[in-house]
Design a protein around this ligand. Sequence first.
Ligand code: KG4
Ligand code: ZN
Length: 368
Amino acid sequence: MLCLGIETSCDETALALVRDGCLLGQSLRSQVDVHALFGGVVPELASREHGRCIGPLYDHLLKSCGVEARDVDCLAVARGPGLLGSLLVGIAFAKGLALALQKPLLGVNHLHAHLLAAGLESKLAFPALGLLVSGGHTHIYRIESPRDFTLLGRSLDDAAGEAIDKFGKMLGLPYPAGKFIDEFAVGGEVDTKMFPKPYLDNDNCDFSFSGLKTAARTLLDSRPHLRFVYDAERLCPVPAESGAEFRQELALLCASFLYAVAQTLRLKLERALRTKWTGPINSILLAGGVAANRVVRQNLSDLAAIAGLPLVVPSPALCTDNAAMIAYAGQLLREQGLRHDLSFAAIPRGQQVPDDYWQDLGYIAPTF
Ligand code: KG4
Ligand code: ZN
């Protein structure tokens, strides 16, 4: 089965082709350069960029994979959560294409697709405990099958990636700062007491990272020399001060901040395993942009080793937003005979839908 995936939920326009669980190719245009100076994604600019790029990316993908449009068996598009205007560009494009090609179309949950992405590289073992850590969400799921996700815990305010990005912004780094903080932390000593591990004094599996942000603000106010300035000519951040001491202090700060994030994720995941899980579990799935982070990966692989479970994490390129995961999730749903009709709507971030919404509602019955 050849599935075309379309992803436009935030600031990446991406299209990918997946054939029988193998990635044939992807065309991706990141908008990081468009939003970097604004300190976050500007929704209006994001939709405009998606609209500008999606057609050429589609042409490029088909050409580079040597595939004709008529060879595509089904189409999958990120339906949400995400920015409404951005989602609508991808969905409208996908609907037009499905109509023209007369092929089935599936609206895919972007978060579920993140967690299923590892299936492109290794076999997924269900039931699984899933931790999705991205810029907009920090969710723990019980996953019975590719269409059966139960939310066990979620971020109540800032998601982990958002907290990391805001910490980076305080340091004067451009958005998104995650990969810079990751690099600066390499080789840094960890001060386990420098930052609090937030929102642990309870018995739930939810997250609240806003307290960590406040702690970082207070700490950085006392260290004003730890700043970057944006070099508009070289288009990159440069340290306000040079020298080994600055680098060392920065490494300590970033490693300690990431330690607090990673430990919080680990402790809540451990709690989900202990208190929310009943029955056997065959793997832990970790996904989303923050899953590309070295400290997070290490902390969660330690937890998995203690629990005696395999930790399945996609390679870094499949952790951040991409269309391969959308195509793959679409393929898994299509294999179950599912499809949408052309009236399905976008589900933007923040719109409340029932827990079982993504399991059945909105899909129309198998057609074969
Ligand atoms: O999943 P994703 O690409 O987009 C969303 O659906 O949100 O996640 C983006 C987030 C951003 O907050 C970004 O800073 C973070 O993932 N991120 C990282 C790393 N790479 C991306 N955070 C820490 N370390 C990284 N290497
Ligand atoms: Zn994402």
